[in-house]
Design a protein around this ligand. Structure first.
Ligand SMILES: [Mg+2]
Length: 414
């Protein structure tokens, strides 16, 4: 089998409502780039890349000289071909390598007629548990629905998601409002879902002192871990000395050099593995092996996904022996997907691992065309800006919090 072409199609898929986070906001939609790797066998492998739009497409097309004529089964060599660690000083291609790795694994699975999980060691579970990933949200300007800003709105949202999908783990994305207000929200969430597991993630925007204070205030709750309370390996190490619960990260251990540093001088207890940030599913499995040897926890991270990336997370979650935490996904905030059948459904607080050959997902060409048109009409959006605070830049540690009494609705293009 030889690669004959690689295509990139940017899409814009609507969210129920704009998702607020420490650095800004997802402005009511996700922009993702669908990557298709074609071969002379007639098979097409699927990959997915976060954000980017036109620039992501140009970067993917720029891989053609490296990939055309190559055998897609030689996946390990791809790392040195397009993301060689020293060449990467000049060209950071790790996330593109991830999209190509997804597509090559998809091709192998289709060619051998087995699901990707069987190429990766075989499924240890058929169902991957997920957390209800709760965000503070602006209201949808189109229908006025979906706002999560007050304590009551957050509690109602958590209860609704639990009733609909059966989640028993709940993650709250913070770092938006003053820490004391977010503490009130998190404690109310804990009261609303007694016995369930919890996690909180302010995206590294607190000072060490704020982090230590917040951690002490939640010590009595059923916390899986506190995620990225401060920024930096050294900041996390200093916070960890004074915090009595596991710390997790998806920001400061996202590669093997950082993982080695964390083994030698531990700053983080739980490594959140992201199939895009680490350059593919296989590097995540390698990292999980190192974590297993050193008895660090692992979980599956979500960097915002459509159905192709979600499939990579499910195959990863299926094969990790040391997955003791629920996975994260933004997925339930989407109103649609680009795969056949539309959005995959959760059941019993998790999702079934695909068993069809390859990644087990097929593009719905009509949906891809519709959301590509939307991308052409709407373009990208500044993920790291808040539509109602133009020019705002969060400090780290942050002191420029949003106001929880501000009930305005942003009129973002949709
Ligand atoms: Mg995080």
């Amino acid at each position: 089998m030889k690669i004959t072409d690689i295509r990139a199609t940017p899409v814009s898929v609507p969210l129920e409502a704009p998702l607020r986070h420490a650095n800004g906001c997802h402005w009511g939609r996700f922009v993702r780039t669908i990557v298709e790797v074609e071969t002379d066998s007639g098979l097409v492998g699927l990959g997915e890349l976060g954000g980017g739009g036109e620039s992501a497409s140009a970067a993917v097309h720029g891989l053609k000289p490296y990939l055309l004529g190559r055998d897609p089964t030689r996946i390990e060599e791809l790392r040195f071909l397009i993301a060689n660690p020293t060449a990467s000083l000049y060209n950071l291609r790790t996330q593109m390598l991830a999209a190509v790795e997804f597509a090559c694994l998809d091709l192998l699975g289709q060619h051998w007629r087995v699901p990707v999980s069987e190429i990766l060691g075989g499924r240890l579970r058929d169902h991957v548990p997920f957390a209800s990933y709760l965000f503070f949200r602006y209201a949808n300007a189109g229908n006025g629905a979906g706002e999560v800003r007050t304590v009551d709105q957050l509690v109602a949202e958590a209860r609704a998601l639990k009733a609909q999908w059966g989640f028993t783990t709940h993650k709250l994305k913070g770092g938006v409002f003053p820490p004391r207000y977010e503490l009130e929200c998190y404690r109310a969430l804990a009261r609303a879902v007694p016995g369930d597991r919890l996690r909180f993630d302010p995206n590294g925007v607190w000072s060490t002192e704020q982090a230590v204070w917040f951690a002490r205030e939640i010590e009595d709750l059923n916390n899986d871990y506190l995620e990225d309370p401060v920024y930096g390996l050294h900041g996390m190490r200093r916070a960890r000395e004074r915090i009595r619960m596991p710390l997790a990260t998806n920001t400061v251990v996202v590669g093997f050099e950082q993982l080695a540093a964390n083994v030698l001088q531990t700053a983080v207890d739980v490594i959140l593995l992201d199939t895009t940030f680490w350059g593919g599913i296989r590097p995540c499995i390698k990292a999980a092996g190192i974590c297993e040897a050193f008895q660090f926890g692992v979980a599956v991270h979500s960097s915002g996904e459509l159905g192709i990336q979600l499939a990579t997370m499910l195959h990863l979650g299926a094969v990790l022996p040391n997955l003791t935490f629920a996975a994260d996904a933004h997925y339930h905030h989407l109103v649609d997907d680009v795969i056949e059948g539309g959005k995959r459904a959760y059941c019993h607080g998790g999702m079934a691992v695909p068993t069809a050959p390859g990644l087990g997902v097929t593009l719905d060409r009509e949906r891809v065309a519709r959301y590509h048109e939307d991308f052409l009409r709407l373009g990208t959006y500044p993920y790291d800006q808040d539509p109602l605070r133009p020019g705002w830049a969060p400090l780290i540690p942050n002191s420029r919090w949003a106001d929880p009494a501000d009930a305005r609705v942003p009129h973002v293009p949709a």
